[in-house]
Design a protein around this ligand. Structure first.
Ligand code: C5P
Length: 420
């Protein structure tokens, strides 16, 4: 699922991109114009980006465009005054090499280990993970040689492929698989390379998010104002740290990274079934969904008509299952569980009571009605409570920032589990 936009969050330096060294290789395809945006976004997120253009790439976009957005000289020549061993130092210093767009020719050369220009030489000289974003005409992509070359790269542990996407290709070329993945997805693929390597790498993480909708009749439901933003932010933060993530979410329009498994549900009972199906395998679970406490006892089959119901309508409600409590009871030893508590008063006391009642390891409390916090906002101010530790108050920050902090806590706890 791609949002189509360049980046998903505030464009300011943040983990996992901040401090990362990225070599961005740009090959000769029309999608190269999007690589300027990619270079800009990675730079704004705090990465040091060295752009290497192939000879063909310079027919589509000028080195100066990249220099303008990265503040660093774009590189083009294998044999130049910049130093004979430029390819070696570029490759050695990189934390991630990202090739976008990767043309059929680059893929062929990389698959056979060629080192015929600065870019392929730097790839061969580097031990860093390589993110490859193919982009080409659909017939070129479908060609058996291209497919065989891609299969070779896919089989190599160092290579991480993003795309191609299916959609409109360059003017007059129709549509099909071959379109370069949008820069926001490539930014996240680079982020996963930079953010992996910790305790969450390879861990299974389950996240609940969004509201639930409990049907009253064929067209109406009982719901709440949850946007699903924090659920997606949590899923994305865990995925960026290398986890295998399942996001079980009620209706939301917020896109998650393509690598996250998204299970879409409407009701609390559907959410419970989806969560319990994966809870036993989970190393960590974060319950951020705003689950309706009650659902209508009976769901009318058609649409309730005012003419028939009259001026007063009573809808009988029954309690929904507690998804978090049910899942925590099934989770394996050594796993970590985190809940959320949205409160209008007595935040710490109420959140602590929920922490104990649901058997959670941590609970993230936030106050309803506070400016910039709670439902529908992009920011939140939370207090994190655990068992036997002092509450940690975090300042107002982006929901992604909150999600990243929660992943810090989970990672720390998983690390303790391994040592103990
Ligand atoms: O609604 P409440 O304040 O009890 O929610 C606290 C935590 O429990 C949240 O993490 C929420 O996602 C979870 N919850 C749940 N199932 C419910 C109610 C709440 O998983 N039926």
């Amino acid at each position: 699922m791609s949002s189509g936009g360049p980046v998903r969050d505030a464009r300011e330096p943040c983990a996992p991109w901040k401090g990362g060294r990225v070599v961005l290789g740009v090959c000769g395809g029309i999608a190269a114009y999007k690589s300027v945006q990619l270079a800009r976004d990675l730079t704004l997120l705090g990465a040091t980006v060295d752009v290497v253009l192939t000879g063909a790439a310079r027919n589509f976009v000028a080195p100066l465009s990249f220099e303008g957005v990265t503040g660093r000289g774009a590189l083009t020549e294998l044999f130049s005054v910049e130093g004979a061993a430029l390819h070696v130092s570029l490759g050695r210093e990189a934390d991630c090499v990202c090739i976008a767009p990767a043309t059929a020719d680059f893929i062929a050369r990389a698959a056979s280990g060629r080192a015929s220009d600065l870019l392929t030489t730097a790839v061969v000289a580097s031990g860093a993970p390589v993110v490859v974003a193919p982009a080409m005409n659909d017939a070129m992509f479908a060609h058996p040689r291209t497919q065989a070359n891609l299969a070779r790269l896919d089989a190599a542990p160092r290579y991480h492929r993003v795309g191609p996407a299916t959609g409109y290709l360059a003017a007059g070329e129709g549509s099909g698989p071959g379109r370069m993945t949008e820069p926001c997805e490539i930014v996240d693929a680079v982020g996963r390379v930079l953010g992996g390597g910790g305790e969450l790498s390879g861990a299974r993480v389950v996240v609940t998010g969004g509201p639930t909708r409990e049907p009253i009749d064929a067209v109406r439901y009982l719901g709440n104002r949850s946007s699903g933003k924090i659920g997606v932010a949590l899923a994305r933060a865990a995925w960026l740290r290398g986890a295998d993530v399942t996001l079980v979410t009620g209706p939301t329009t917020v896109p998650a990274p393509d690598g996250v498994e998204v299970v879409r549900v409407e009701t609390a009972c559907q959410m419970r079934d989806a969560v319990l199906a994966v809870a036993r395998e989970a190393d960590a679970a974060v319950f951020a969904a705003a689950v309706s406490d009650y659902r209508p006892r009976e769901v009318k089959s058609g649409k309730i008509k005012r003419r028939e119901a009259g001026n007063s309508l009573t809808v009988g409600l029954t309690a929904n299952p507690d998804i978090a409590a049910g899942a925590v009871a099934r989770m394996k030893a050594g796993s970590v569980s985190v809940g959320f508590a949205l409160e209008t008063s007595d935040l710490v006391a109420r959140a602590e009571a929920k922490l104990a009642a649901k058997g959670l390891d941590w609970i993230v409390g936030n106050r309803a009605g506070e400016d910039g916090a709670g439902f529908e906002t992009d920011t939140n101010r939370v207090t994190i409570l655990g068992r036997g530790v002092a509450p940690r108050e975090l300042p107002l920050m982006s929901k992604f920032g909150v999600a990243w902090k929660i992943m810090d806590i989970i990672e720390e706890r998983l690390g303790e589990g391994v040592e103990g």
